[in-house]
Design a protein around this ligand. Sequence first.
Ligand SMILES: C[S@@+](CC[C@H](N)C(=O)[O-])C[C@H]1O[C@@H](n2cnc3c(N)ncnc32)[C@H](O)[C@@H]1O
Length: 241
Amino acid sequence: MFSPEGPSLRELAVQALSSVERGYDLLAPKFDVTPFRTPDSVLEATAAALHRMGPFDTGLDLCCGTGAGIGVLTRVCREQVTGVDFSAGMLAVAREHAPDAGPPVGWVRADARALPFGPAFDLVVSFGAFGHFLPRERPELFAQVHSVLRPGGRFAFPVVAPARPGSLEYWMLLGFDAAMRVRNTIWRPPFVMYYRALRFSALNRELIQAGFSVEFHPLPEFGHRRDGSPRVRLVVAKRLA
Ligand SMILES: C[S@@+](CC[C@H](N)C(=O)[O-])C[C@H]1O[C@@H](n2cnc3c(N)ncnc32)[C@H](O)[C@@H]1O
């Protein structure tokens, strides 16, 4: 999973014993060679799906990290693209890798739970970050996204189908989350990172409560599970006028 250029076990341990923000500051220089960065295949499929819905004028990559989603936004937005993250280390790497072509890109250091923007965006995307928010924090997170979108603007993010109960993946994710819960009970500051996939029904309900209409678009590039359901979907939540 980790290449030789990636973080050592010791580095990962120090990061996991820090806060989320500090942990990412430490991981930032090697983040792009870890499996935590969103794979290009997911970014490509998302860009293709958004391209069919666009174009958009202004885009925000929420929890942008080193900028994985910025390339998606520069392909589908015409005027301005912004990346927001609370880790200064991740933003510093993102700035170095900013695309030269396309609309101008700006970077803002802020907590996603208190976004410092008015309703300025037509499109908000987010990749690989929801595991850092407790279920009870999601309604406020979605309310924040709603508040920075223009009426009719869209909030889009890919979601992998939850692991089938009893499968190897299911037990591995359950084991990881259990280990994180133990870590967070006995160690401060907490490191919130829970891997069990989000439930579509909960997402749907919470987004509707935040003032969105919601669509789930299968991403055909990732195929289907044995029961016929798509492996990966793009959630597209539209801010009601
Ligand atoms: C797993 S990384 C994903 C980065 C990037 N989106 C990607 O797909 O490669 C999660 C990112 O979320 C950021 N993050 C976590 N909680 C945050 C919060 N409350 N506010 C802002 N950023 C946050 C972290 O700093 C980190 O850069």
